[in-house]
Design a protein around this ligand. Structure first.
Ligand code: TYD
Length: 204
């Protein structure tokens, strides 16, 4: 069954869309696993704590993201796909390209080595990029909890992260779809239905 990842800068609203989409798919009889990165496994959630709150250099950050991802693939994603279940992941490797390469300045060629090592060719079937300006995203985040290491970054960091998402989506239009996340919830959901319904029909 399909593997769908949800991406976007912090504050783009992807988490509420993933929950809605899981419910919508279940109404249609799909068996759905929702999960997140970094995290999704007991070890991954411990690594997430470190990644969000402990100072570290960019290479360590990237390697821990991929350590969590290796565990996530082995314990959650691959088993669910082999049970013929849908997997909806709140972030996956596009986030590493966006944040660690775009945001932190790591060379994409280095990341690509880890990607091949850990994923061995496995890619999401569909990636939804929820796109908003960093200004709007920041307003949305303000209402939330204390900011983590990423949320504390400056506007320019998020401009770079956003630019990588958009460039990647341009380069891979068959896998990645950009959703303008500044629109109303109703409009976004309509767009999501239009994008994902054909995937549901094909999977039946
Ligand atoms: P996020 O989805 O924003 O969690 P929440 O919505 O609960 O705040 O994810 C946590 C952070 O991890 C986010 O700021 C982006 C960052 N991240 C990376 O930098 N690289 C990655 O590969 C992944 C998966 C996440």
């Amino acid at each position: 069954m399909p593997f769908i990842s949800f991406e976007g800068i912090d504050g783009a609203g992807k988490s509420s869309h993933i929950n809605w989409m899981a419910d919508w798919l279940r109404e249609q009889g799909c068996v759905v696993v929702t999960t997140r990165e970094p995290g999704g496994t007991p070890l991954g959630e411990r690594l997430r704590e470190l990644l969000l709150h402990q100072a570290m250099v960019a290479d360590t950050e990237l390697l821990l993201m991929f350590a969590a991802r290796a565990e996530h693939l082995a314990q959650v994603i691959r088993p669910a796909l082999s049970r013929d279940e849908w997997v909806l992941s709140d972030r996956f490797t596009d986030a590493s390209y966006a944040y660690q390469c775009g945001g932190r300045g790591i060379e994409p060629a280095r990341l690509s080595i880890l990607e091949q090592w850990v994923q061995q060719g496995l890619q999401p079937d569909l990636t939804l990029v929820f796109d908003v300006t960093p200004t709007l995203a920041r307003e949305r985040l303000r209402a939330g909890d204390a900011p983590d290491r990423f949320e504390q970054e400056q506007q320019a960091f998020f401009e770079r992260v956003r630019a990588v998402y958009l460039t990647r989506a341009d380069a891979e239009p068959q896998r990645m779809r950009v959703v303008d996340s500044s629109q109303s919830l109703a409009v976004i959901r309509e767009q999501l239905r239009r994008i994902v319904q054909p995937v549901v029909d094909k999977a039946k």
